[in-house]
Design a protein around this ligand. Structure first.
Ligand code: SF4
Length: 475
């Protein structure tokens, strides 16, 4: 792959309304065109000329991974819903009926998984702070309003309500003053994550308005500023050739000079995203400022279930100076039946990819579920006393005492999320359910406690392992 004269340097987005003007649109069959037009009423669609020209291999459509990643597909809706919507969109063209049906379909898709709207929002004087989430003690998430879109949309994205005008489902902040006052009164917070959408959609001046207040001396407890972004893959020109890309590098340097760690949390889905020279140059420019670049992304059926792609991605990233960080399990939202893989398969893929890379790439963790109680990683499949089990642990948790306590669930070849799993050893609850006084109903499922005080539970034999309790015979 090389940068050529045809590699776009000017950002040109495409949406449902404008995609027909792209030359590649004519290369799609009528069936594929119809699917894009119909399904994109429910799931937002946006791509750009760089993705179209450089990342999609049109000879392999519809199976090309980046095509699958960015274009909506018929199978993302059950057949009866697709037919109903198709009929309304293409034949009856009844806008009111279309929006009623679209809303109904979206609401059954668990638009805010992991309690995002209800459980993580900090409050001051009992009023919720819009655009902030405080899920883990040391980390605050901040959603600047100008960063609530992306250079292209991922068809699996759990942030999709942000993009589709579901006003009551949005959380974003117009400016950073509330964030700064909140941080001043929370000296335990060491990390701020700017997220979206994609904050790197902002120009450098707007981004500076959010970043620079965080460098104030009275916020000396903020040690790490993270920016979650997919622009490293969808529009790496943001760091290389956009007209303010040099200013952006100066801004990164300024944050680093303040003594903070600036961590760019780069979202990559497939090795192809890092094959292009401009994407490689973006990595080098970012790490050249003294910032770190961590690589993370979800494991998604139809897109990146190939261990070789992960191994190539991590290896290339390490060579360029990036740090492999997370392989996530696809979240329980949106068209997840289309994208999800069983946890057992996710574990196999991770193991296989991990075994192909050198120690420098083994900073990666996974497969990890960002679930309501915390980030749960599948460590292995083990047999204890003849019972086949998943070995799990929290990498991050609402209750810090849960972190890194191994626990076990009955092996289930079909389970795709934490709340499908049953505790091992004949118990009816996991240790974290017991410690929070019983299961609450989490979004979309059973289990899922919130533990404000971190009370110790009274299970005489919690399934969190004690030293010597488990002898993993396979991993
Ligand atoms: S870039 Fe990130 S926020 Fe934007 S659509 Fe993709 S996964 Fe969602």
């Amino acid at each position: 792959m090389t940068t050529t004269e045809s590699t776009p340097t000017k950002f040109k987005p495409y949406s449902r309304q404008t995609i027909v003007a792209a030359r590649q649109w004519q290369w799609l069959t009528p069936e594929l065109q119809e699917a894009v037009q119909v399904v994109s009423h429910v799931l937002p669609f946006r791509t750009n000329a760089y993705v179209m020209e450089e990342l999609i291999d049109w000879d392999k459509v519809p199976d090309d991974p980046i095509y699958r990643l960015t274009f909506p597909h018929r199978d993302m809706l059950p057949p009866h819903e697709y037919e109903q919507l198709r009929d309304l969109v293409l034949d009856k063209k009844d806008e009111a009926e279309i929006s009623r049906l679209v809303h109904r379909i979206r609401m059954r898709m668990n638009p805010h998984p992991a309690g995002q709207m209800t459980h993580n929002v900090p409050r001051v004087n009992d009023a919720p702070l819009r655009g902030l989430q405080h899920k883990y003690k040391e980390t605050v998430l901040f959603f600047p309003s100008a960063g609530q879109t992306c250079h292209a949309y991922c068809s699996f994205c759990f942030r999709w309500p942000q993009f589709v005008g579901m006003e009551d489902m949005k959380f974003d902040a117009r400016e950073s003053s509330e964030l700064v006052s909140y941080l001043k009164s929370h000296p335990d917070v060491t990390d701020v994550l700017l997220t979206g959408g994609d904050p790197m959609i902002m120009n450098t001046r707007s981004l500076a308005e959010f970043l620079e207040p965080l460098l104030a001396p009275e916020l000396g407890h903020i040690q790490n500023i993270r920016i979650g972004t997919k622009s490293v893959a969808y529009w790496p020109q943001r760091f290389v050739s956009d007209k303010d890309s040099d200013d952006l590098m100066r801004l990164f340097e300024k944050v680093v000079r303040s003594g903070r760690n600036l961590a760019i949390m780069g979202h990559y889905n497939h090795a192809v995203e890092l094959r292009h020279p401009v994407a490689q140059q973006a990595v080098k420019r970012i790490v050249g400022t003294g910032a770190t670049l961590r690589m993370q992304g979800p494991l998604i059926r139809h897109i990146n279930e190939d261990p070789k792609s992960w191994a190539e991605l991590w290896t290339t990233g390490v060579r360029l100076g990036a740090i492999p960080y997370y392989m996530f399990v696809e979240r329980d939202t949106g068209p997840r039946e289309y994208f999800s893989l069983p946890l057992a398969r996710a574990h196999e893929i991770f193991q296989e990819a991990y075994s192909m890379v050198s120690g420098l790439s083994r900073t990666v963790r996974g497969p990890s579920m960002s679930a309501f109680p915390g980030k749960v990683v599948i460590d292995g499949v083990v047999t204890i006393n003849g019972e086949k089990l998943f070995a799990l642990q929290f990498l991050q948790a609402r209750n810090p005492e849960w972190v890194r306590r191994p626990f076990f669930a009955r092996y289930d070849p079909d389970a795709t999320w934490l709340d499908h799993l049953k505790p091992a050893f004949g118990r009816d609850r996991f240790f974290f359910e017991l410690e929070s006084g019983g299961p609450l109903l989490g979004p979309g499922g059973r289990v899922i406690p919130l533990v404000p005080g971190g009370q110790r539970g009274n299970d005489p034999q919690p399934d969190a392992a004690r030293p010597g309790a488990a002898r993993p015979d396979a991993a």
